[in-house]
Ligand binder design. Structure first.
Ligand code: 9MR
Length: 470
C-alpha cells in the first residue's frame, strides 16, 4: 500500500497507472499512461490527495450523532477542523482549568477515521472566555501565552496546522492591526504567540488566519508585511490561512494573492471556504483551481458540510444540501481536483517506469538531519518529521527511508507519500516540497496504529545518505 493524506488514494492511482502501463505495452501504445494518470477519484479527499493536498471540513462535535452528516464526513474529507471546540472559551472555561472533552470527540473521530486535523484557533479576540475578557496588560498577555502553550502541548503531534492567531488585522484601508485587549498588551503579542506555539508543538505548521484577505488589498498587504517581517527576523511562522467566506466569486487576483504569500516562503491554506450566490459552482471551481495552481497551497477546508450546518443561515454556501445531497458546487470542485495530474507525473514514453527513481546525492558525513517527534496514545501514534538539508547544495526530489518498529502501521500521512505502511518505509516528496534548499527543511508526518511498541525508528536515510539526528 502507498499512503498520502488518507490511505488507499495514491495506491489506487498507482495501481491504475501500472495496469495501464501493462496494457499499453501489450498493445504497443503508450498513450494510455496519460489518460489514466488523471483517473477520476470519487471523493474530495481522494481527489485532493492526488496532488498531495488535503480537503477538509469544519465539523461540530454536537453533530457526530447525525448519521447523514457523519457518512458524508467519513466518505469525503481527509482533514477536519473543530468549528468551535478548540477555541479559548471552549478549552479554558475557567483560568487554568482546561476542558478538552468536545475537542477530543472531534480528534478521536478524526483519528479513528484516518483523517488529519487542522487546529483552530489558539488566540482570537472573539470567543474569549469571560474571565479572560476581564483581563488586560501583562496579566492578559501571560494568560494568553499560557493558553497557547497548554493547548498546543495537549494536542502535540495530532495537529497538522494550527491557526495560532485569528483575525488580528483591521478591516478598511489602513492595513493595520485591529484594536483588541490582546493588541493592547503590545504589538509583539502575535510573535509571542507563535514562539510559544512552536515550543509547544514543533511538528505543527503555525498559521496566521484571517478573512477579507482573499485578494490583494490593504488588509492582506498588512498581513503580508507582517509575514515578511517575521520571516526576516526568524519568528516561527509556516503558513497563512485565507478564510474565503465569499459571495458569488473570488477576487480576480485570488491566485496572485496566494502566490505572493507563498513567495515569502510560507505555505498557504484555504481555511474556511463557503460561497453564496448563483455563481457558486463556478466560484468554487475557481478557488480550487487557484489552490492547485499554487505549489505551496496545502489544502482547502470548507466551513461546514451541509447548507443546514453553515453559520451563514439561509445562504446555502456549502457543497451539500440540507438533505446531504451533492450540489453542483460539489461536482465542480471534484472535477477540478481530478483535473490535476497525480504526482509524480508519469511522462509518456515508450519504456515507462512506474516507480520514479531518485538519484542519491551522497556527500561527506551525510547531507541531512532528521528531527523526529512522536506522540502515542492507547493504540495510535502521530509522528512528525523535520528533514533538514545540511549539505551545501539543493536537494531536488527526495525519498526518506526508515524502519518502522514492529507493530506500527501507517494509516495516513501528510506532506509525503508513504510506502509500504509498515516495515521498511519510504517517504517520498509530494509536488510542493521536492526541493529542499541548502540549509532548508521540510516537515512531514504520519499517523499510525501500534500494538504496544511506541519506539521511534532507529535511523533515517535520505537519498541514500544516513541522516544525523536532531
Ligand atoms: O462557525 C462558527 C460559529 O459556529 C460560531 O458561532 C462563530 C463565533 O464567532 O464562529 C464561527 O466560526 C468563525 C471562525 O471561527 C473564524 N472565522 C469566521 C467564522 C465564521 O464566523
Amino acid at each position: 500500500m502507498l499512503f498520502t493524506a488518507i490511505p488507499d488514494i495514491a495506491s489506487k492511482a498507482r495501481r491504475t497507472i501500472t495496469i495501464a502501463i501493462a496494457a499499453a505495452l501489450g498493445a504497443g501504445v503508450v498513450v494510455a499512461v496519460q489518460q489514466t494518470a488523471s483517473a477520476a477519484e470519487a471523493t474530495l479527499g481522494a481527489a485532493a490527495a492526488q496532488s498531495g493536498r488535503y480537503f477538509g471540513a469544519a465539523i461540530a462535535a454536537g453533530r457526530l450523532g447525525d448519521s447523514t452528516y457523519v457518512n458524508i464526513l467519513n466518505r469525503e474529507f481527509n482533514s477536519v477542523t473543530a468549528e468551535n471546540e478548540m477555541k479559548w472559551d471552549a478549552t479554558e472555561p475557567q483560568r487554568g482549568n482546561f476542558n478538552y472533552n468536545n475537542a477530543n470527540r472531534i480528534v478521536n473521530h478524526a483519528i479513528g477515521q484516518g483523517k488529519s486535523i487542522r487546529g483552530h484557533a489558539l488566540l482570537w479576540h472573539q470567543q474569549m472566555p469571560g474571565w479572560a475578557q476581564g483581563l488586560s496588560g501583562s496579566d492578559l498577555r501571560n494568560a494568553a501565552i499560557n493558553h497557547v502553550t497548554q493547548v498546543a502541548t495537549y494536542f502535540r503531534g495530532k495537529i497538522h496546522s494550527w491557526d495560532v492567531v485569528n483575525e488580528a488585522f483591521a478591516d478598511g484601508g489602513g492595513g493595520g492591526r485591529r484594536d483588541s485587549s490582546l493588541q493592547r498588551t503590545g504589538n509583539d503579542w502575535i510573535e509571542a504567540a507563535f514562539r510559544a506555539a512552536r515550543a509547544a508543538d514543533p511538528g505543527a505548521k503555525l498559521c496566521y488566519n484571517d478573512y477579507n484577505t482573499d485578494g490583494i488589498n490593504a488588509k492582506s498587504t498588512g498581513i503580508y508585511n507582517m509575514v515578511r517581517d517575521f520571516k526576516a527576523r526568524g519568528v516561527p511562522i509556516d503558513c497563512v490561512g485565507f478564510q474565503s467566506h465569499l459571495t458569488n466569486s473570488a477576487p480576480s487576483d485570488y491566485q496572485a494573492n496566494l502566490q505572493r504569500f507563498a513567495d515569502l516562503g510560507v505555505d498557504v491554506q484555504i481555511t474556511e471556504l463557503d460561497i453564496s450566490g448563483s455563481n457558486q459552482a463556478n466560484a468554487y471551481a475557481a478557488v480550487t483551481r487557484a489552490c492547485l495552481n499554487v505549489a505551496r497551497c496545502n489544502g482547502i477546508t470548507v466551513w461546514g458540510i451541509r447548507d443546514s450546518d453553515s453559520w451563514r443561515t439561509g445562504q446555502n454556501p456549502l457543497l451539500f444540501d440540507a438533505s446531504g445531497n451533492k450540489k453542483a458546487a460539489y461536482t465542480s470542485v471534484l472535477n477540478t481536483l481530478n483535473s490535476v495530474t497525480p504526482n509524480p507525473s508519469p511522462t509518456p514514453t515508450p519504456t515507462p517506469t512506474p516507480t520514479p527513481t531518485v538519484t542519491p546525492t551522497p556527500g561527506p558525513g551525510g547531507p541531512c538531519r532528521v528531527a523526529y517527534t512522536l506522540n502515542a496514545w492507547n493504540t495510535g501514534l502521530t509522528s512528525s518529521i523535520t528533514i533538514t538539508n545540511t549539505g551545501s547544495s539543493a536537494i531536488n526530489g527526495w525519498s526518506l527511508v526508515f524502519g518502522l518498529p514492529s507493530g506500527q502501521t501507517i494509516t495516513s500521512g501528510w506532506n509525503a507519500t508513504y510506502s509500504p505502511s509498515s516495515g521498511q518505509v519510504t517517504a517520498r516528496n509530494v509536488s510542493y516540497n521536492g526541493s529542499i534548499p541548502a540549509g532548508g527543511s521540510v516537515d512531514i508526518g504520519f499517523q499510525a496504529n501500534h500494538t504496544g511498541n511506541t519506539s521511534a525508528p532507529s535511523s533515517f536515510t535520505l537519498n541514500g545518505n544516513t541522516c544525523s539526528r536532531a
